[in-house]
Design a binder for this molecule. Structure first.
Ligand SMILES: Cc1ncc(C[n+]2csc(CCOP(=O)(O)OP(=O)(O)O)c2C)c(N)n1
Ligand SMILES: [Mg+2]
Length: 659
């Protein structure tokens, strides 16, 4: 029986679910699972032990092994791991899987810092829409996930997190019982509570007999809208438990399907958008589904002169090049002030009530996968109609309805729409001209600022470049200058824990490389643009080392503006006449002077030759190259070099920009 099931698993599981068509289950919903039967053992005091173990280590089918097998069966191809003393059977399972199923086992990525692990999984999910796994060590590893849990939750990135728990037996009663000093020190009262309020689901695996069901359930939550992190734990004894091999039919463990608008909502929203004088669509993260920008363009083209504004800047929701585009601002743009009908589409913060509220008479509709902003206790944005619906599905309905409604299509032929569209196109052209002028003359010796940096990034790097941006006070200017239009070509966190991009950019590149292998498309340059404060905040050396170890070539641009600028801006908004006005950066504790050397940090992190090795290797023999630039000409040259190095030679490069 054991061998039959194991053989079936081997043949069945040679591909993850994502890479296979659906496979046919030859059993019921889940196979009945039995604990494996083993002889009773005795400890030295003569007491009988319930510990059960196979004699041969390679025959052990433990909860841990079933856990990874379940992840693979569910289509998870990568585990970002940071292991510890809770993981002996996890480690045994990793070895067994690597040896026995090298092509049917999740790839294990060693992450020196947990924030790198979760940010990589977050970045990977931002490209694929699917979760990857993060494996961390008890309470301390869970805490070290840090802002990464907030980012995945607020940014709605599906991530599966597994953490071991301290053994619950002290004296060798079971396999996995306590064996080391720290086992008495790493047991918080409620380990799950550390991350519970950020997770869509938290749970504990209590037996190997249903570990796969537990994973299936957690993944359903991670993948159901609003997507996000899920967290599972299991104690060492449970992880070491041996059971008979079993499998689940993964096709029966799927997330909730997309929700659609009711027909009366479709009619009302389209009628209002068409009849109003100044309609505005405000979006935040609808471009997370890479199919929606095209549909939003179709909707904008159907209603000439409508405007589309992005307040999230986390994805390309609408092409910057389209005349209807009002660009991206973090919710304080004036375009809200004169709108008479507003459609909010997957948007957390449409405007700042104290700065740019819409007219009181504006009619407001909201379509969102999370219209209640469930994670946000204080959020009072008004709406006259609110629907929980998938934006791609809802947009398809709106577009189809307008196209097929004779009254609407004939109304839209009126001259006034053409005139409005012409005026909007003029406004768009002059906005772009103004942006162009902000970049300045770009003389070779000019110093660098967010405008000319953005301009040079757009002008010098290949148009197929994907940007992973965490540039804080420079983000909006960079967006203006880069003008992302291709879906997926601009990815920002969506959450607010700085340092996300260090790991996320590596995850993004890894996911793109994997999809190239699957689809045979061309290699793309990933350009990671990050503020110096954000870079320093989340284990930069860990992320850069992972990139070099696993050969994930990236261009990182660190914006060295001397530290944190954002906190000063926040202070000025509250105290425009405050002490901050004439305080130095040193006085407000935001200065990073003396400046770290980010270029050297990158080379060191990626294993640059130690001083004793210098005689044997040229600097460029290193996988990572770091350079520091301070003028337009230097930056332009560095970007050319980076394209050659990162894209063609597949090595890493970090450009530190002194601003
Ligand atoms: C984990 C975390 N710590 C602190 C903050 C508060 N914070 C927001 S932006 C910022 C400064 C970011 O510095 P940098 O990346 O250099 O961008 P700059 O302000 O210079 O544009 C800080 C400290 C945060 N959002 N997240
Ligand atoms: Mg800074």
């Amino acid at each position: 029986m054991f061998r039959t099931v194991a053989c079936r698993l081997l043949t069945r599981n040679t591909l993850p679910r994502s890479a296979r068509g659906s496979y046919l289950s030859c059993g019921p919903f889940s196979h009945p699972v039995k604990p494996a039967v083993f002889p009773l053992l005795h400890n030295r005091s003569g007491r009988s032990m319930s510990t059960q173990t196979s004699n041969s280590p390679d025959k052990r089918y433990t909860t841990s092994f079933a856990l990874f097998e379940a992840l693979w069966e569910a289509g998870i191809t990568t585990c970002f791991v940071n292991v510890g003393s809770d993981h002996p059977s996890i480690i045994e399972a990793i070895i067994k899987g690597k040896r026995e199923r090298p092509n049917a086992w999740p790839r294990m990525i060693t992450c020196p810092s947990e924030v790198t692990a979760i940010s990589m999984a977050d970045g990977y999910a931002r490209v694929t829409g699917k979760p990857q796994a993060v494996v961390v060590h008890v309470d301390v590893g869970t805490q070290a996930l840090g802002q990464g849990v907030h980012n995945a939750s607020v940014g709605r990135a599906p991530v599966f997190i597994f953490a071991g728990m301290c053994p619950y037996t002290e004296s060798g009663e079971m396999k996995g019982s306590r064996t080391e000093y720290m086992h008495w020190l790493q047991e918080p009262h409620d380990q799950k509570a550390i991350v519970r309020q950020y997770c869509r689901y938290t749970g504990e695996v209590r037996t190997g007999l249903n570990v796969k069901q537990s994973i299936g359930r957690a993944l359903q939550f991670a993948m159901s809208a609003p997507k996000g992190p899920v967290y599972l734990t299991a104690a060492r004894e449970v992880l070491a438990e041996e059971v008979e091999p079993y499998s689940l039919n993964q096709d029966e463990w799927i997330p909730i399907g997309p929700g659609a608008l009711p027909q009366n909502a479709v009619s009302e929203i389209t009628a209002k958008l068409v009849e109003s004088k100044k309609p505005l669509i405000i979006t935040g993260y609808s471009g997370r589904d890479r199919r929606t920008p095209e549909l939003l363009v179709e909707l904008a083209d159907l209603i000439p002169g409508i405007r589309v504004h992005d307040t999230g800047g986390s994805d390309v929701c609408f092409p910057s090049s389209h005349p209807a585009s009002e660009g991206f601002r973090l919710s304080f743009d004036d375009c809200t002030k004169d709108a008479d009908t507003i459609l909010l589409l997957d948007c957390d913060v449409p405007w700042i009530p104290s700065r740019n509220p819409p007219p009181r008479t504006a009619k407001i509709y909201q379509i969102d996968i999370d219209p209640l902003n469930q994670q946000i206790p204080v959020s009072f944005f008004p709406a006259h109609g609110r629907w929980r619906a998938d934006s791609f599905t809802a947009l398809s309905q709106l577009v189809d309805h307008i196209k097929n409604d004779h009254a609407l299509t004939s109304t839209l032929k009126d001259e006034k729409y053409t005139t409005r569209a012409r005026l909007q196109a003029q406004k768009h052209r002059s906005r772009l001209a103004n942006i162009q002028s902000q970049a300045g003359q770009l003389s070779p010796t000019d110093s660098l600022n967010p405008n000319n940096i953005g301009h040079l990034l757009r002008e010098t790097l290949p148009s197929s470049t994907d940007f992973v941006v965490e540039a804080v006070t420079a983000s909006q200017t960079l967006h203006d200058q880069i003008q992302p239009s291709r879906p997926g070509s601009w990815i920002n966190c969506g959450g607010t824990g700085i340092g996300w991009s260090n790991g996320a950019a590596v995850g993004v590149k890894m996911a793109l490389s994997d999809s190239i292998k699957d689809e045979g498309s061309d290699e793309k340059l990933v350009c990671h643009v990050v503020g110096d404060g954000s870079f320093m905040c989340a284990a930069p050396s860990s992320a850069l080392w992972v990139a070099s170890k696993y050969n994930v070539p990236l261009l990182t641009v660190v914006l060295n503006n001397g530290g944190w600028k954002a906190p000063r801006n926040s202070t000025q908004l509250v105290y425009p006449d405050g002490l901050n006005q004439n305080a130095s950066d040193e006085e407000i504790n935001t200065s990073f002077s003396p400046t770290p050397n980010y270029a050297l940090l990158a080379e060191a992190a990626a294993g640059a030759n130690l001083p004793s090795d210098v005689d044997n290797a040229s600097v460029d023999g290193n996988w990572m190259k770091g350079v520091r630039v301070s003028t337009v000409e230097q930056f332009r040259q560095a970007l050319h070099d980076a394209t050659e190095r990162v894209l063609r030679q597949r090595k890493g490069m970090l450009i530190e920009v002194l601003m």
